[in-house]
Ligand binder design. Structure first.
Ligand code: C2E
Ligand code: MG
Ligand code: MG
Ligand code: MG
Length: 274
């Protein structure tokens, strides 16, 4: 049909292959939910001044029976398209809140939430129900959203954000600087934390502009009372730079890789000295 008038679309084998692969992954995804093939790995957020772990972010992985460990970006989009993100997101939230009970009370837990969940009427209430069920204090939960969640600013999204915020749950804006009109969102929505996208950190060593943006966002955070985080800190030089630009927290492979809860319990949450 897209070929225009008089052009008959040919059903290419590659198209049917892609369709078939997607159909199979969708079926796998459904089965995976039933069989609990998902696991959460945890990565620390570290106070940039003091060096202690303040928060731990949950990052989902799919332990596929034949394909091995699948990263989130390979299945979250399909989960969103099919609506499976709703039960999966609920599972993630519950698991993360339970796991967090094993950490010191000073360590919060951050959970990534899809725009599909955020647009869902009653999502805020659902989160509160999970807190009640797991016994985790609202003040220890942080919900990470992306700008795409705020793009249409639907009524349900507004209500959910207000419900979360009013309950004392913090809202973090993830991948800050990669979307549109980020600054207007800071006024329109109750944002408690900004996570500066890691592309800025990766360019900071060579780009004065990237560095200036990190510095400006750090300053904005201080003025607005919003915590700022730099993601993707991989080298000592990048850490030094992030700290000197005045961001509140740092996160990245240099400080910790995402790791399973069991590993976290063995190694503990290290105090960094700098
Ligand atoms: P994100 O929330 O921005 O998470 C950060 C991603 O960057 C993670 O990838 C993390 O492993 C990776 N990362 C952390 N430090 C470094 C570093 O120093 N260098 C580099 N190169 N990468 C680093 P991951 O786990 O593959 O997750 C990718 C994205 O998938 C996440 O980006 C988030 O948008 C989404 N995601 C992950 N878990 C969930 C979830 O439970 N629910 C939803 N809805 N989305 C999730
Ligand atoms: Mg995140
Ligand atoms: Mg992030
Ligand atoms: Mg990111």
């Amino acid at each position: 049909k897209t070929g225009g008038r008089g052009v008959y679309s040919v059903f290419e084998p590659s198209m049917s292959d892609a369709f078939e692969a997607r159909r199979r992954t969708e079926a796998d995804l459904r089965a995976a939910l039933e069989e609990e093939q998902f696991e959460l790995h945890y990565q620390s957020l570290v106070d940039a001044r003091e060096g202690h772990v303040v928060c731990v972010e949950a990052l989902v992985r799919w332990r596929h029976p034949t394909r091995g460990l699948i990263p989130p970006l390979s299945f979250i989009p399909l989960a969103e398209d099919t609506g499976l993100i709703l039960p999966l997101g609920r599972w993630i939230l519950e698991r993360a809140c339970r796991d967090a009970q094993a950490w010191p009370e000073t360590v919060d837990v951050a959970v990534n939430v899809s725009s599909v969940q955020m647009r869902q009427k009653g999502f805020g209430a659902e989160v509160l129900a999970v807190l009640a069920e797991t016994g985790l204090a609202a003040a220890r939960l942080e919900i990470e959203i992306t700008e795409s969640s705020l793009l249409e600013g639907s009524e349900a999204t507004q209500e959910n954000l207000a419900a979360l915020h009013d309950a004392g749950i913090r809202i973090a804006m993830d991948d800050f600087g990669t979307g549109y009109s980020s600054l207007s969102y800071l006024r329109r929505f109750p944002i408690d934390k900004i996570k500066i996208d890691r592309s800025f950190m990766s360019e900071a060593a060579t780009s004065a502009d990237a560095r200036a943006i990190i510095r400006a966002v750090a300053g904005l955070g201080i003025s607005l009372g919003i915590t700022t985080v730099v993601e993707g800190v991989e080298t000592a030089q990048q850490l030094e730079l992030a700290r000197s630009e005045g961001v509140g927290q740092v996160q990245g492979y240099l400080l910790s890789r995402p790791q399973p809860q069991a590993m976290l319990s063995r190694t503990g949450l290290p105090q960094h000295r700098w």
